[in-house]
Write a new protein. Structure first.
Length: 114
């Protein structure tokens, strides 16, 4: 391989790694946020698991965060535990920070990703 091809391959590998890391952080963030919401609504057991599963199935892509916030807000309201939007946004941000830090401290093994 030439030096240019080596650099191109390294760039592609870094891009793939960064996208995979972004996806893992997002997935972990969403789960942590769902667990936070379940605690706020005093859900446990099967109800908490159902909330986490419903959050995991929210389609990733444009509008994901808005759909996530709306879904959790509706669930909290339905359970008499409504929170201001600013509180939800803050909890989602905190979940993202914690998810990123966890994955940086505990990088997934290659076999866990597949």
């Amino acid at each position: 391989m030439t030096s240019f091809q080596d650099r191109e391959h390294a760039f592609e590998a870094k891009y793939a790694h960064d996208e995979e890391f972004r996806f893992l952080v997002s997935a972990r963030r969403d789960k942590q946020f769902a667990h936070w919401a379940a605690a706020e609504a005093r859900l446990s057991g099967a109800d908490e698991d159902a909330l986490v599963a419903s959050v995991v199935h929210i389609q990733d892509g444009p509008g994901h965060e808005e759909a996530l916030l709306s879904h959790v807000a509706a669930m909290l309201t339905a359970h008499g535990a409504a929170r201001p939007r600013a509180t939800l946004v803050e909890a989602l941000g905190r979940s993202a920070t914690e998810a990123r830090q966890y994955l940086m401290d505990h990088p997934p093994a290659q076999t866990e990703i597949l």
